[in-house]
Write a protein that binds this ligand. Structure first.
Ligand SMILES: Nc1ncnc2c1ncn2[C@@H]1O[C@H](COP(=O)(O)OP(=O)(O)O)[C@@H](O)[C@H]1O
Ligand SMILES: [Mg+2]
Length: 279
């Protein structure tokens, strides 16, 4: 079954004449790491807001069509109930962190949903270990770094065991080293839990080795949803003003010049190793 299904979905923010999302048809299955790519203003954040019911329940406006998350219609299911199916981490986690300290932040969602004490305890232990936040449990959200805030935001959605986690530009305010750590953590979570992760991310060099598929959105329309190789090779992708994976471009160029004829590496590390053997 599809975890996420958009059918002929349109959405226009209140007061806007233009549709932010147009004729969206999208099916997302289990156990995938998916990049949501598109230029600034193309509709990535709006698409994400539809996936946990914020659109149309919180953002008013005009919509038609349907979005169904694991069998639940996002227009008819309370947002709190949808949050057990799908966890969302936004770009600025400080707006998302509401509790007095990190520990409370993580327990908060489970208490709200009435989880038994035993289960809360067990889940806490599990995600604290996975996201490596043992040392900051007693700190307030404003006392920790941006990277730590992202980890806490990830931990607080993970405890609810969602089948899907969505992240909207999670590394935008982090330096490359911390950004890479967060992305590697997400890959580990995705693999260990066999869940689907959808991420909007501009750091193409870092994210490209990790993903399976790419959803390409342009001017509110999905113009491609395919394996990363098919999308990267498409004209649509080449023509958009978005970062391209550099290692892929270099090896593609080498191939065209007949200086290389093997498989194209996805990560910078692999690419560098291969380049050394070519010199
Ligand atoms: N809260 C909002 N109210 C009105 N218009 C919005 C709102 N959020 C986004 N938009 C508009 O919707 C379109 C898509 O924006 P957005 O989904 O934020 O794109 P992206 O995340 O790809 O940059 C833009 O034209 C933007 O101005
Ligand atoms: Mg956005």
């Amino acid at each position: 079954m599809n975890l996420i299904k958009f059918s002929n979905f349109y959405y226009r923010y209140k007061g806007n004449e233009e549709y932010a999302l147009k004729d969206i048809n999208l099916e997302i299955t289990n156990n995938k790491f998916i990049l949501l790519a598109g230029e600034t203003g193309s509709g990535k954040t709006s698409l994400i807001r539809c996936m946990n019911g914020l659109i149309p329940q919180f953002y008013s406006g005009y919509y038609k069509g349907a979005v169904v998350i694991n069998g639940k219609d996002t227009n008819k299911t309370p947002i709190s109930e949808l949050s057990t199916e799908i966890g969302i981490v936004f770009q600025n986690p400080e707006n998302q962190l509401v509790a007095m300290n990190v520990e409370h932040e993580i327990v908060f969602g489970m208490e709200n949903l009435g989880f038994p004490k035993e289960k809360i305890h067990q889940k806490m232990e599990e995600v604290i270990r996975l996201t490596e936040i043992e040392k900051i449990l007693n700190k307030a959200p404003f006392e920790i770094s941006g990277g730590e805030q992202q980890r806490v935001a990830i931990a607080s959605v993970l405890v609810l065991d969602p089948k899907i986690i969505i992240l909207d530009e999670p590394t935008a305010n982090l330096d490359p080293l911390f950004a890479n750590k967060i992305l590697q953590l997400l890959k580990k979570i995705q693999k260990e839990r066999n869940i689907t992760i959808i991420i909007s991310e501009h750091r193409m060099d870092l994210i490209f080795p990790l993903i399976d598929e790419i959803i390409l959105i342009d001017k509110g329309e999905i113009i491609s949803h395919d394996s990363k190789l098919n999308v990267v090779n498409s004209l649509e992708f080449k023509n958009l003003q978005i970062n391209k994976p550099r290692i892929y471009s270099i090896f593609n160029e080498l191939k065209q010049r007949k200086l290389y004829n093997d498989e194209i590496p996805f990560s910078i590390e692999k690419g560098i190793q291969l380049l050394k053997t070519l010199i």
